[in-house]
Design a protein around this ligand. Sequence first.
Ligand code: 2P0
Length: 324
Amino acid sequence: MKATAKAHTNIALIKYWGKRNDALILPTNSSLSLTLDGFYTKTSVHFKEELNEDVFELDQEIVTGVAYERVTSYLDLIRSFARTDLHAEVQSTNAVPTAAGFASSASGFAALAAASTKALDLDVTDTDLSRLTRQGSGSACRSIYGGFVEWKEGTRDDGLDSYAVPIAPQEHWDVRVAAVVLTAREKDISSRVGMKRTVDTSVFYQGWLDSVPHDLSEIKDGIQVKDFEKVGSIAEANCLKMHATTLGATPPFTYWHDTTMAVMQTVQGLRADGIPAYFTIDAGPNVKVLYLPEHEEKVQQTLSSTPGVTDVILSRAGSGISYV
Ligand code: 2P0
């Protein structure tokens, strides 16, 4: 009763920003992402009769505390789905440099859901797997698929219609992403806390919700016809709207640092020089930059020479879940 799965992380071009149900992780809006090749988690799950509790090892170290609790409560969900009370040994390795500012929760929960259902020999479709993964971490449900992926918000209270669907495969379009690593400290308001405070208090939150359906439908058109300016400018504007909601919250907050803004200005400068490049930022200070392969050298050089940038990690579009 053992299986190993590999899942890549993803970067949202239309952001998931708010829950309508915290327990089931149901979002207030649909979102869309690109799965990335450069960053992944590989997880083995081994269910064993002789275990009295779950064991979780990350990068060869035993994990305890909050991170362990999150994994074991997720396994409780899988156990209740599979009607078993077996405990498991979970071994994960993360190829997601934490400094790059990617949440490892997306690839982490996608790999955990895939490996644990496979280990129990459950007959699950990709849709079932996406719904199960969503309940570990929202953005993780998009990592079941490669390429461009939409997470449909759904309308049902039980969440059965809230899952990811593939929009265009990895091979459809060679769009690249540079993860810009900054000297800034890690975020001190987690995405979960920031998202909740924004939904509960931001005077700009309704404006965000009203704007997402149009952004989503336009970006999907842009992806189909490979219109990079359209896709990039919608992604950048959508990210700015998401971050604007944090300024209207009580108490107000922002994930940006001075170096975050310096990189945003560098990207705008690239465009002024005729290089199409667009930024997006998640719930933290780091910036991701979308560009096309023919501009890789120029984009990398320009980003690397921005003061406060310590590293620039390049990635291509990635694939969905695979089993090892
Ligand atoms: C996203 N983020 O769409 C958005 C954009 C951050 C900004 O998904 O509470 O770790 O586990 O469902 O998935 C980060 O939130 O939150 C996130 P939970 P998650 O990628």
